[in-house]
Design a protein around this ligand. Structure first.
Ligand code: PMP
Length: 415
């Protein structure tokens, strides 16, 4: 097996030297060689507790046995579709998604990533309403393809590509009156995350999402609820929008939909939203989208979500984690400005970006994997696989306390 330095050099020479610099700066100099459950292992056999879970792609943990088995079985039959004949596993997953998602999301378009799922929803909203404008949220994150980026709210990622699509108007997340003002008879859709993930784990006021539904209905616009990061049990419900009892018209899904084993994305939507594709079924398509191998992973993932009652246990474990972090906030008020989240999507906002970056580095040193939120580097996220146990949470809380103490003493020495 190659040593981590050789692999870092290959990254620097053939992937991106800037990424290697960033990883070294964050204290990462090891190479992962295998993973199981909530742990990732390096070549020396060290175990890292995974509290990032691949940015939310590993709700079921690494290599969940039931999902791996379903994928192995499918692999031995047929991994990719001929794309000429019908395929059972693809049809069954679309059917299962229509049953498990909130409201009346009857139809499904399969792809591989969150950004692609968002692109499909944006195109469907335009097609089905015949309108061009989309209202999106400041700080929102929907991916980095050109359409999804145009809908996302961080200047740093947008600026080099401007002008982006001019379909979008932005409003502050959670602001009902700004939303009401922005949504007009020209609005095709409102695009919103039920809880902003990369924006810094922000839970909206309770009236916001029901209000968004009402405002859309008033003018005949669609409500697109992006559950790419919040879906599949992450926040203590199968889908985060269920906390507010709101039925979307379109919902992009990805990340954990592939069971932590394969890439899989989906745009699910009402019959109304999908109707324009009925006459022109190839107007939007993807060669490998909905392949049997990924769909086998998706079907098994949905079974595990239900049979292990992951949403319920997540709600309980999330409360434990948030309670423990609030205690730390009281002990380290000079660093921690806020603790927030729902279920196991938890953000810790620091007083400044340096405090967050240093603490994340100290956690990695203690073999706890985490990262900042992409649109808000002041916030460290804790989002472990949903199969995590209470003792892992205690372990992370105590490592967090140690890390904060070390950051405090480092800063004192520098002062
Ligand atoms: N939507 C949301 C809410 C996300 O959090 C993300 C990724 N963090 C995406 C879309 C984009 O997903 P992907 O990286 O798979 O394109």
């Amino acid at each position: 097996m190659a040593d981590p330095q050789t692999i870092a050099r290959l990254y620097a020479e053939h992937i991106n030297p800037g990424l290697v610099r960033l990883m070294h700066f964050a204290g990462v100099d090891q190479m992962e060689v295998r993973a199981e459950g909530v742990y990732v292992y390096d070549g020396e056999g060290n175990a890292y507790l995974d509290f990032l879970a691949g940015f939310g792609a590993l709700n079921f943990g690494h290599r969940h046995p039931q999902i791996v088995k379903a994928v192995e079985d499918q692999l031995s039959r047929q991994p990719l579709s001929s794309r000429v004949l019908f395929n059972e596993v693809t049809a069954r997953l679309a059917h299962r998604l229509s049953q498990i998602t909130p409201g009346n999301l009857k139809y499904c378009f399969f792809c591989h990533s969150g950004a692609e799922a968002v692109e499909a929803c944006l195109k469907l909203a335009r097609l089905s309403t015949g309108r061009k404008k989309i209202v999106s949220m400041n700080g929102g994150y929907h991916g980095k393809t050109l359409g999804a980026l145009s809908a996302s709210g961080r200047h740093l990622y947008r600026a080099p590509f401007e002008p982006l699509l001019d379909w979008f108007t932005f409003v502050p997340f959670g602001d009902c009156s700004a939303l009401e003002e922005a949504v007009t008879e020209e609005t095709a859709a409102v695009l919103v995350e039920p809880i902003q993930g990369e924006g810094g784990i922000i839970v909206p006021p309770d009236d916001f999402l029901p209000f968004a539904r009402k405002v859309c209905d008033r003018v005949g616009a669609l409500l697109i609820v992006d559950e790419v990061q919040t879906g599949l049990g992450r926040t203590g419900r199968n889908f985060a929008i269920e906390h507010w009892g709101v039925a979307p018209d379109l919902m992009p899904l990805a990340k954990s939909l592939g069971g932590g084993v394969l890439p899989l994305g989906a745009a699910v939507g009402t019959e109304e939203a999908f109707r324009p594709l009925f006459d022109k079924p190839l107007l939007h398509s993807s060669t490998l989208g909905g392949n049997p191998l990924a769909c086998a992973a998706g079907l098994a993932a949905l079974e595990v979500l239900e049979s292990e009652r992951l949403a319920e246990r997540t709600f309980h474990l999330g409360n434990l984690l948030i309670h423990g972090l609030n205690n730390l906030k009281n002990r380290f008020p000079d660093f921690i400005a806020d603790v927030r989240g729902k279920g196991l999507l938890v953000g810790i906002e620091f007083a400044d970006e340096d405090g967050a970056a240093l603490t994340a580095t100290m956690l990695i040193k203690r073999r706890i994997l985490t990262a900042y939120t992409l649109n808000n580097p002041k916030v460290i996220r804790l989002q472990p696989p949903l199969i995590v146990e209470e003792h892992h949470i205690s372990e992370v809380l105590s490592a967090f306390e140690d890390a904060l103490a070390e950051v405090r003493s480092l800063i004192a020495q520098l002062a």
